[in-house]
Design a binder for this molecule. Structure first.
Ligand SMILES: [Zn+2]
Length: 306
């Protein structure tokens, strides 16, 4: 576990054995422990181990804050609540129904991942209604003896929210502030289907920027200082990758050819900005074929390439 600020640490869930793909933040206060995005069930053994190192048992966890319900962020939540029914789960109102009844969420994930579902994400237990604390953005919530400002930050997902602890200056922004696996300034937007919205995402970035946080904590991966330059890099590459997808949506070729064109071009785009080994980590956190599907859907909804 690494320390971000007093009472705030984070651990590397070592997703599928890979470092720096998924991070979970841990907030500790006299009133109990809160986890931000506990990750998928396949990392639960690792998460429990990280907590044990800090003397924390699942029974000490009072709260789970979910930035959004994608399986790499929220998959283990129901299992944690099953093991400790006192846990309260904060989630956006558009995500909450799927935490209580994940059938639709899981079937759409299965369309994306097919037979790889179980290997990647493992089990997904529903969260009982009584454990859900439903947010819409704009609230202030008191968790682990801190007050968090909650903001609705769609773009990556239509139910994405972010949490800002002004007392420490740390903003927990899930995927809204992109993927940045090392200290190099390159921030890639993860753009999986189904509800990528570039304009909404930029508005969310502006909102996060207005917090004037000292640190942005992102799931993929960890804390980053100088939010202004980080967010500027995200917007630059959001535009770059979206424009690349648009030119390919407009091409008169078969769909399979489009995926290949996009992943080849996007990989070259990454390699222009970093060593190959670093580019591979990005592909792990946001597979490029998925980024393609999300962006192609975005442009087609807007009548491009129709
Ligand atoms: Zn996500």
């Amino acid at each position: 576990m690494q320390t971000i600020a007093r009472g705030i640490t984070y651990g590397d869930l070592m997703f599928l054995g890979h470092p720096r793909v998924i991070a979970t933040a841990v907030l500790q206060g006299p009133a109990g422990v809160a986890l931000v995005d506990p990750g998928p069930s396949t990392c639960l053994g690792r998460l429990r181990g990280l907590l044990t190192e800090q003397g924390i048992g699942i029974g000490d966890v009072r709260t789970v804050l979910l930035t959004h319900i994608h399986l790499d962020h929220a998959g283990a939540t129901g299992t944690l609540v099953r093991d400790n029914p006192a846990i309260q789960v904060y989630v956006h109102e558009r995500g909450a129904p799927h935490m209580a009844d994940p059938a639709k969420l899981l079937s759409s994930a299965r369309r994306l991942y097919g037979d790889d579902m179980d290997r990647l994400w493992g089990e997904f237990w529903p969260v009982p209604h009584d454990n859900l604390r439903v947010l819409s953005g704009g609230e202030r919530i008191s968790v682990a003896d801190r007050e968090f400002e909650v903001a609705y930050t769609p773009g990556h997902a239509s139910h994405h929210i972010s949490f800002f602890d002004r007392s420490s200056g740390v903003a927990f922004v899930g995927d809204a502030a992109g993927i940045r696996t090392g200290s190099d300034l390159f921030v890639l937007p993860p753009t999986p289907p189904p509800d990528i919205d570039i304009d909404a995402w930029k508005a969310s970035v502006a909102l996060i920027d207005r917090w004037q946080a000292e640190t942005l904590f992102i799931t993929h991966f960890g804390p980053h200082g100088e939010p202004g330059t980080h967010l500027a890099s995200l917007v630059e590459h959001l535009d770059g990758i979206a424009a690349l997808a648009k030119t390919i949506v407009e091409r008169d070729v078969a769909d399979e050819e489009r995926v290949r064109l996009f992943t080849d071009e996007a990989r070259r785009y990454l390699q222009r900005h970093m060593p190959d080994s670093a580019a591979a980590v990005y592909d792990q956190a946001a597979p490029l074929w998925q980024c393609w599907l999300g962006l192609a859907r975005y442009w087609k909804k807007r009548g491009v390439g129709a």
